[in-house]
Design a protein around this ligand. Structure first.
Ligand code: SF4
Ligand code: MG
Length: 443
């Protein structure tokens, strides 16, 4: 256990705002003593506070970083601070989450997740068994029979055991102590020194709402704190701290994903932007055809964007994709008036009807659609081609897009051929045959 020093991080002559007798007085003094015991550089300490009476403690500290956050989310903010520091900067910042039992209940999953990650965050739960700031309502930590303004007959729901909870998530420094425990500063110091997630549940009293309604005193609090004796800080740990693990297992290994940088190889005659809508049936490579089109544009040095849409069920119903290709920057990825629309199936036709694409077609728009679909009333030029039978449903939209691209002479034909080849390899020859069949039908 660490030796307590007599320095302080608190503001000079600061008056604590807590009610007389509130356990938060012990909490704050012992946190300050723990900082002093560790001889931490205040610039390497970050107090991340939550909402609640204990949350206003950050204003009492003069020198460490302080970060006042939203109710229940302090552990998530502290995790973010530690990830940013531990992975990008590595200044060995020590983040301490100051949270009450109310905040810990509201943000329980953040606490659980930080424990699972083993991120170097110390969570100090001020457990006074109720929501003090908002009127003494019972919390998820209220013991059975506990009387509060919202449980006047006594609480009948068992309290959660946050120590057991985070231990089951692999936390290696977990303890429960009373706010008046003479070793509290040392326990907090050891928790902060622990190179990974640590949690100290500090059981204390809200004099304003707990006393008077309940037969509760320091002895009861002491007995509630038993079962998790302050552990001596071990010298070795089974788990690596998250940032160390991340640097070793993610940053330190060769990337598993292939380099998909696209380098310009061709020159496009396009000036301005072209906007294409491709629609069909889920599972029939509609969105892939847009990707191949977009990649062909980028191979020609164009800017390109792709937006996909499908029902919540990913593999049934319609599939729709929009591509914008432009010789300049693309500031808007939506499509008001499409330059080209390709429709390969009834599901695709229904979607472009419902979503208003047809209503926005102009005489300059070119529509290429499967010829078995119903006739369209549109000011656009419409080409009806048997794309499903000529090319198969799986190649229909890609081959139709490639044929239309060749007909419009927007990109060198080889650019789309290369984009297809990069994806399907030798089968690219089948697409070439499709394009030859489709081109006369688009004349
Ligand atoms: S209301 Fe309760 S928790 Fe809040 S400062 Fe007063 S005694 Fe402490
Ligand atoms: Mg509380």
């Amino acid at each position: 256990m660490s030796t307590v020093q007599q320095t302080t991080f608190l503001r000079e002559s600061v008056a604590f705002p807590f009610c007389k007798g509130c356990g938060h007085h012990h909490y704050v003094h012992n946190l300050d003593r723990a900082f002093a015991a560790l001889q931490l550089d205040p610039q390497k300490a970050c107090i991340v506070s939550d909402i609640g009476c204990i949350g206003i403690l950050d204003a009492l500290f003069a020198t460490p970083h302080t970060f006042h956050t939203t109710h229940g989310r302090s552990t998530a903010f502290a995790t973010g601070v530690e990830l940013a520091d531990g992975i990008l900067h590595d200044s060995k910042l020590k983040s301490v989450v100051v949270i009450g039992d109310g905040g810990a209940t509201i943000g329980l999953l953040h606490v659980v997740n930080a424990a699972l990650m083993n991120v170097d965050v110390t969570v100090l739960v001020a457990n006074n068994m109720l929501y003090g700031m908002t009127g003494g309502q019972n919390s998820g930590f209220s013991p059975l029979e506990f009387v509060t303004p919202t449980t006047p007959e006594g609480n009948i729901v068992p309290p959660m055991d946050i120590c057991a909870m985070v231990k089951s998530c692999g936390a290696e420094y977990v303890t429960r102590v009373s706010a008046t425990d003479k070793n509290l500063a040392g326990v907090i110091a050891d928790a902060i020194a622990h190179p990974g997630f640590a949690l100290v549940e500090i059981v204390e009293l809200c004099t304003e709402f707990a006393i008077g309604r309940n037969k509760i005193d320091g002895k009861v609090i002491q007995s509630m704190s038993s079962g998790y004796e302050p552990a001596l800080l071990p010298t070795t740990f089974a788990r690596k701290e998250f940032c160390e693990e991340y640097k070793e297992k993610v940053l330190g290994r060769p990337a598993k994903t292939k380099d998909d940088t696209i380098t310009q190889k061709y020159i496009s005659s396009l000036r301005g932007a072209k906007r294409w809508v491709i629609a069909g049936t889920a599972g029939e490579k509609v969105q892939l055809s847009s990707y191949l089109l977009m990649r062909a544009g980028i191979l020609c040095g164009l800017h390109a964007t792709q937006k996909n849409d499908n029902p919540v069920t990913q593999g049934s119903g319609f599939s729709l994709s929009e591509v914008v290709m432009s010789s300049g920057d693309i500031h808007y990825t939506g499509i008001t008036v499409p330059d080209a629309v390709i429709i390969a199936s009834a599901e695709g036709l229904k979607e472009v009807t419902v979503n208003g694409t047809f209503a926005r077609c102009a005489p300059s728009t070119v529509i290429v659609m499967e010829d078995s679909l119903p006739e369209l009333q549109s000011p656009a030029r419409v080409y009806r081609v048997p794309m499903r039978s000529l090319c198969t449903p799986l190649r229909a939209t890609t081959s139709a897009a490639a044929a239309l691209l060749a007909r419009e002479n927007l990109l060198p034909r080889e650019a789309m051929a290369e984009s297809i080849r990069l994806h399907v390899g030798e089968k690219a020859a089948l697409y070439e045959q499709d394009i030859e069949k489709l081109l006369p039908l688009l004349a």
